[in-house]
Design a protein around this ligand. Sequence first.
Ligand code: BG6
Length: 485
Amino acid sequence: MSQPDAPLPTTLVIFGASGDLTERKLIPALFSLHQRGRLPGRLQIVGSARSPFSDEDFRAHLRNGVQQYATESFNAAAWDRFAAAISYLRGDSNVADDYAKLAAFLREKENGPANRLYYLAVAPSLYAPIVEHLGAADMVHETDGWRRIVVEKPFGRDLASAHALNDTIHRVFAEHQVYRIDHYLGKETAQNVLFFRFANTIFEPVWNRNYVDHVQITVAETVDVGHRASYYDHAGVLRDMFQNHLLQLLALVAMEPPASFNADALRNEKVKVLRALRPVEPGNLTLAQYEGYRDLKGVAPGSSTPTFAALKLYVDNWRWQGVPFYLRSGKALARKVSEIVVEFKCPPHVMFDRPTGDCFPPNVLSLCIQPDEGIHLQFQAKVPSSQQDTRSVDMEFHYRSSFGNGKLPDAYERLLLDALLGDASLFTRSDEIESAWRLIDPILDGREGTEALIVAPYAPGSMGPVESDDFLARDGRLWRQGCDD
Ligand code: BG6
């Protein structure tokens, strides 16, 4: 019997190799995977950027990043073994000749058939040129191993540009070769939404309009815009956080169970949710900017870029009809937390004495994405020795106590590994990206650059403008902090 062929070696080519993302995320993630023995065998890493690094300089630069950011602890001998597979070739992403040089460099390194993963860790303006140059240099054919490309966010700045970028990519790569990153999908706890819902029996029967009063998704950050002001001022919170991370979380919460756990089945269901989102009415939206934002270097004078947004969304389908999904995210807020809160309806009949005669505090289920990863369920319990008094109590699961105290893997570890293994489940497909833009575009349209976009200032260190609380108060609801201990 003939032996199965040994897997081909793989080369990971990082464009933008001298940048922040490579140093802080990609190489630390690869090092941690290496330490855990998870990387495919015979992997080489080739960095490309304009900086004049030698291989040694490049490795020394990356070593610092690994010491600071890797989830696995640093160890000099392990680093030396890992770093031996790293090399660097100076190149300008806009220069055709540099791709010919890169192709020759790779051929020499690979010395035979090899798989290749191209990673675009560059400014978004370079995505299309790199794709076109790779195509022109004949570097995407899959005759000598697979060819894949990872595209970072932001993917477009509106529907038209996202569509144009998808077109450019599809002229060169087939969709199965394209991996669009949304790092929220790589977070253990975001993936766990699917396991929570579909690996258990007891939650799914109540996961619908009959039992759920509403859903809240909060991604709050304490950091301000800082040194990213010139990027951020052209983006704003709707592009930076909503079009991607928040809508992806919403899709995980609201999607129907796929028949199998594979990339297309999963993404088909997510895209159905995104397509079912009702356009946002002006009254269901609060946009705000933190005080002092306009003084930052890189921010246009009188900028109307929102650094905070709260939206009320509806998923117009059978399961979710009439159930509001409240989403909020902002910079310079009081807490760093990403959480999904599902608030359930009142019991149909209250047989106990209630001072006000109304409903008990509702059951609240909180999926805590970060920083204290876990799941909390709030329910009513009778206060001992009382006749009929109740109090809300919490049933809690914490990753740190159930799975040990080690750090959870960084999202990039999972995503890089999946891209290397050819599993696109946690990457966004072209139709998902465009459906998300279809929701965000009309909010920005015609109002960008005008004061009309900003409705409220807020104090740094607060939880956003009072308008975002009013917004829920009008519906008789309030923002919850379901993940606080
Ligand atoms: C990025 C945004 O995609 O996500 C940043 O561009 C934001 O502005 C970051 O700070 C938040 O990610 P995390 O993993 O820290 O919640």
